[in-house]
Design a protein around this ligand. Sequence first.
Ligand SMILES: *[C@@H]1O[C@H](CO)[C@@H](O)[C@H](O)[C@H]1NC(C)=O
Ligand SMILES: *[C@@H]1O[C@H](CO)[C@@H](O)[C@H](O)[C@H]1NC(C)=O
Ligand SMILES: *[C@@H]1O[C@H](CO)[C@@H](O)[C@H](O)[C@H]1NC(C)=O
Ligand SMILES: *[C@@H]1O[C@H](CO)[C@@H](O)[C@H](O)[C@H]1NC(C)=O
Ligand SMILES: *[C@@H]1O[C@H](CO)[C@@H](O)[C@H](O)[C@H]1NC(C)=O
Ligand SMILES: *[C@@H]1O[C@H](CO)[C@@H](O)[C@H](O)[C@H]1NC(C)=O
Ligand SMILES: *[C@@H]1O[C@H](CO)[C@@H](O)[C@H](O)[C@H]1NC(C)=O
Ligand SMILES: *[C@@H]1O[C@H](CO)[C@@H](O)[C@H](O)[C@H]1NC(C)=O
Ligand SMILES: *[C@@H]1O[C@H](CO)[C@@H](O)[C@H](O)[C@H]1NC(C)=O
Length: 836
Amino acid sequence: MRLLLFSIIHLCLLLQLQTLIVSSQIIVNGSVPVGRSLIASESQQFSSSWLSPSGHFAFGFRKIQPNDGFTLSIWFDKIPDKTIVWHAQVNTTTGLVPDGSKVTLTAGRGLVLTHPRGQQLWRSLLPPGTVSRGRITDDGNFALLGEDSETELWSSFANPTDTLLPTQSIEVGGNLSSHRTETNFTKGRFRLRLGDDGDLQLLVLNSKSLAETDEYFSYYASDTKAPLSPGIRLVFNQSGYMYVLQSNDSRSYIKGNEVPVSSGDYYHRAVLHFDGLFAQYYHPKGQGNSGWTLAWSEPENICDRSAADVLNIACGFNSICNLGNNKRPKCQCPERFSLVDSSDEYGDCKPDFKMETCGPEDNNTTNESADVNLYEFIRLDRTNFPKTDYARYANYDEELCKASCLSDCFCAAAIFGSRRDQVCWKKKFPLSFGQRSSNGDSDTFIKVLKRPTKVPITEKKGKNRDWLIIGCSVLLGTSAFGNFIFVALYRKKKKSMKKKPNQSREIGAATATANAMELNLRVFTHKELVAATGDFMEELGRGTFGIVYKGFLKVTRDSEVTVAVKKLDSVAQDNEKEFKNEVKVIGQTHHKNLVRLIGFCNEGQSRLIVYEYLPHGTLADYLFRRPRPSWEDRRRIAVGIARGILYLHEECSEQIIHCDIKPHNILLDENYCPRISDFGLAKLLMMNQTHTLTNIRGTKGYVAAEWFRNSPITSKVDVYSYGVMLLETVCCKKAVDFEDNVILIDWAYDCFRQGRLDDLIEDDLEAIDDIETVEKYVKIAIWCIQEEPGMRPKMRIVTQMLEGVAQVHDPPNPSPYSSTFTCDDQSLSSGPMSLV
Ligand SMILES: *[C@@H]1O[C@H](CO)[C@@H](O)[C@H](O)[C@H]1NC(C)=O
Ligand SMILES: *[C@@H]1O[C@H](CO)[C@@H](O)[C@H](O)[C@H]1NC(C)=O
Ligand SMILES: *[C@@H]1O[C@H](CO)[C@@H](O)[C@H](O)[C@H]1NC(C)=O
Ligand SMILES: *[C@@H]1O[C@H](CO)[C@@H](O)[C@H](O)[C@H]1NC(C)=O
Ligand SMILES: *[C@@H]1O[C@H](CO)[C@@H](O)[C@H](O)[C@H]1NC(C)=O
Ligand SMILES: *[C@@H]1O[C@H](CO)[C@@H](O)[C@H](O)[C@H]1NC(C)=O
Ligand SMILES: *[C@@H]1O[C@H](CO)[C@@H](O)[C@H](O)[C@H]1NC(C)=O
Ligand SMILES: *[C@@H]1O[C@H](CO)[C@@H](O)[C@H](O)[C@H]1NC(C)=O
Ligand SMILES: *[C@@H]1O[C@H](CO)[C@@H](O)[C@H](O)[C@H]1NC(C)=O
């Protein structure tokens, strides 16, 4: 009995297998007999397709990653990426069908697509008639033919999705619809329609629900409307020309009447992308990896377009559009904003903070009398949000523009036309049509709530706060917090005055010894710095050499300066003299690309260094944020840092090797000029120590190979680290990206060797426009990261190459012996840059 059952099952399986094999037999000459079917399947064995006579196109199921479904489609079968040109528009959440779905060519109902459990998912809608066979042609059309084997009862060309192929046309009333996203095949927001009035238009849906009944807005029109000579058909002719044929036989070309390549040697296609771009591409017919080349696009710059001045086309509210070199838009939320729907990067961005509303609940967010504003600005370079301003001021400068917005509870952002006409605009929320471009002539300042502080606001002295801050910082800070520290300092000072009346001098003028006077440095007592930092309350950052705290020093009776106080960790006790010497060396440096030392404290165990405070944070924060800083700024920063290092190496009274050059140790001043910090400290902390591996103070990813060898440490270690940082500055990518498993120096060299520099800078248009400089910088960086220190140029040569004074030759492989350095962890082995 059991045996019988088993045999029956076996037989059934066999039969099923046979039908499958039979049903997916090869189609002769593109002709598909009635009764044939195809099944969507993971396994290669059963998945197959019907080919056009010369095999240019195929019809069948395609697996779509990552949605784990299949689409019944037609695609270019001879090119590597098998681009889809048509698909059956199924009513499922992704427009895809599950594994095991089946399509059958029937006589009565044409193509019928069924779920593995049998329900019908889709079918070709036919006029009455009987299908005799299907036919797939080398033009890419799949047609169902009537009994005369001539009449097309249904065809994919007449039921287009998002793509047009040469010889295909759209009649009056017909349309293309975009996908929802690259992998979500449901209908999206965009249409290309030849209207009843003969006008060809690109349309965007005025709705998030994507209800077809909602109104569409036009963002392109062919202007071939009735009553003159209305368009009667959109033609994509065999040679790859696209035009609206008008009733008087005139042709209105979509984009000029030139096609760059012949249709004999190239495939052509025009597609309405899910982001709204309508574009024509061509691809060589022979095998080859060159991919699709853009012939033209409409709109030319989609970031620039709005529909009816109301609708954002490419990106949502508060989002910033950046045009890729393929003319496709990229959307990004500004800092402190995030996507409303995290799965829709083209959607709206919402603030991560409570917005100012002018409502009564906001009555405590600003306090004019106390001069505390709870809001501040984030700056977006070369970014504009055109069209939604409610106020405009001519002849304002940037400060006035910002001040005006800050004191105006309606104002959500200020735009300042810095590179053009010095005009200031104020905007309300939501911000729309945001765009950033390399030749943008305005900067945007978005008003954001200051990050919450742990301490309530108490009081604030001195009105011109900005004026008082000498400069600059080691990391970030909030003024509310700083305020507290000031108060703490003030109180403590009062106390100490009571105890020791003779210490009542102002802190800034404190206890300067003759030695320090000569350096123009202040010598602080530990107590003074405890007071200045509110007992080391606000941490600005943790560096390699110790923790940095924010502090306030009183300079005169009613002015104070913000400072960064670095508490050095573990300095050996017996080298007081060396400490003084080193500080002296540091104190003697004066260069616009170095952070300035104000003073120090050297009392027994506690060694503290007081620097100027820089307001714009570290280069690391600046480089790796998105949108990335402008290429122009990055160039300027790269050159500035090189000059700073050159000064340390060659122009100081005594050579200073930094030993820990990295973006976290580069600070930005009020003009976004780079300033090197922490120089001179390496020597200070390694005095009387041999630099064994455990003593390495450098940072993973930036340290040169000689640290791990028994070879002397020279200024070339800084050249190495500079090279790594130069690549980071060019690419806005971290030296070691653990998420993507990318070692920048290896990748950069590979890209350079293979002539794929554009991969390094991705869609950074400004950099692409200046690709010669990009190449030059990458070459310089590769010279700097040579494993062999002797091969690395001196900083003087590096700056000369950067400035174009010295020629840059093609660099050799930076790590020719990299195999000897390979770690166990392959992904992190990187030639000279083994990781600590
Ligand atoms: C293929 O079809 C063409 C016309 O569509 C016809 O001329 C040709 O004879 C067919 N070849 C075969 C092998 O059926
Ligand atoms: C799609 O399916 C949903 C439910 O499955 C149904 O409510 C809706 O009417 C369908 N839409 C169309 C166009 O068939
Ligand atoms: C695909 O897009 C539709 C909207 O058109 C949405 O309802 C659906 O959830 C999306 N599916 C996935 C898997 O994202
Ligand atoms: C596009 O065509 C489809 C089917 O032909 C139709 O249902 C839809 O309303 C059209 N959309 C527009 C915007 O014309
Ligand atoms: C057809 O009409 C358009 C205006 O509608 C005109 O510009 C064009 O010259 C006409 N073409 C011919 C061949 O008359
Ligand atoms: C396509 O249109 C162009 C421009 O009107 C014309 O020169 C070309 O001959 C046409 N090609 C075909 C195959 O009709
Ligand atoms: C501001 O007012 C709200 C209620 O209106 C209150 O919850 C909040 O604590 C107040 N903030 C300050 C700083 O006073
Ligand atoms: C501030 O707003 C709160 C809540 O709306 C209200 O209770 C309070 O009286 C207001 N304070 C002032 C000074 O207007
Ligand atoms: C504003 O600050 C003053 C002190 O400068 C204080 O008396 C007042 O209560 C503050 N107002 C609010 C609403 O916090």
